[in-house]
Design a protein around this ligand. Structure first.
Ligand code: AMP
Ligand code: MN
Ligand code: MN
Ligand code: MN
Length: 280
């Protein structure tokens, strides 16, 4: 039997908090044997044109995507949009509004870090941000590592930048309804990213999935760099019982930071309907 096509439908360039340019990301995907790549930068579509051009040059499939930050039940949820029209006005307006609080949040984070002996974090994080509009926790984490306070980004996210630790400033992102409507309005398919990362009760998860379906959301990530093999099985079951299409994506951010490289995850379980089922 022919091996399945290698779809990687979630990754980041330096337009958000990845480490590579859109072109270098596509080249790495190609070298790794990815057949179809989606670039899904956080709250921003500015990298899609360069990535699409690079993919056309190399002859690999490309899906324009985005990963929208959402606040649902006082927690952050990420919603991936696939096959979005990056020129869509309502999508762009919505993403601009979603990005707009990041600078203020970054300054609050920096004030807290200064208070625990890590000065200069806003300017330091900005140096790590390819796009100043998208300053985020990953850039702060890289600065904290650079300062020698932590060994790696993983350690930073244990000691800082999370709720209850220094350098955490709460954010109110887009609503679930907004994110799904921006994606659908731009012709895209909405997918719940890395469900295994959310700290919800079973009742809350059920409510999230039902609300998402009611809004016209269609997919869920089953195979992602954020899941353990047990979570592959758990969310495969969720996909089946709720009737979600299943997605697969590494959530790659950079060669020295990501556990999972582009295109290197296990395939989707055979019995699931893949999100690319009806793609040409
Ligand atoms: P932000 O959108 O600024 O809140 O940043 C969220 C990003 O931080 C995520 O997309 C990840 O790239 C990164 N992140 C969050 N938690 C962790 C973690 N535990 N380890 C590594 N990176 C993380
Ligand atoms: Mn990220
Ligand atoms: Mn995410
Ligand atoms: Mn991501």
């Amino acid at each position: 039997m022919a091996s399945p096509q290698n779809f990687d439908l979630h990754c980041h360039s330096w337009i958000s908090d990845g480490m590579l340019s859109p072109q270098d990301l596509v080249a790495r995907a190609h070298a790794n044997g990815v057949d179809v790549l989606a670039l899904t930068d956080h709250d921003e579509v500015a990298g899609l044109a360069d990535a699409a051009a690079a993919a056309a040059d190399l002859g690999i499939g490309f899906v324009p995507g985005v990963e929208i930050s959402v606040t649902w039940a006082n927690e952050t949820v990420h919603i991936v949009g696939l096959h979005v029209d990056s020129a869509n006005a309502a999508l762009n307006d919505g993403l601009r509004a979603t990005r707009s609080g990041r600078e203020r949040r970054g300054r609050e984070m920096a004030d807290q870090l200064a208070a625990v002996g890590i000065p200069g974090a806003f300017e330091g994080a900005l140096r790590h941000a390819g796009n100043p509009d998208l300053i985020g926790r990953t850039h702060f984490a890289r600065y904290i590592v650079e300062q020698g306070v932590c060994q790696d980004v993983r350690e930073v996210f244990q000691r800082f930048l999370i709720d209850g630790k220094p350098g955490y400033a709460p954010m109110r992102w887009a609503s679930l309804a907004e994110a799904v409507s921006w994606i659908r309005g731009a012709g895209g398919m909405a997918v719940i990213a890395h469900p295994g990362r959310y700290d919800y009760t079973p009742v809350q998860f059920h409510a999230l999935f039902e609300e998402f379906l009611g809004l016209g959301g269609v997919g869920i990530e089953v195979i992602t760099g954020s899941h353990t093999p047990d979570q592959y099985r758990e969310y495969a079951q969720v996909a089946t019982s709720y009737g979600f299409l299943a997605s697969r994506g590494s959530d790659f951010h950079g060669p020295t930071e990501s556990r999972v490289d582009l295109g290197s995850l296990p395939p989707l379980p055979d019995h699931l309907a893949p999100i690319w089922r009806d793609w040409a």
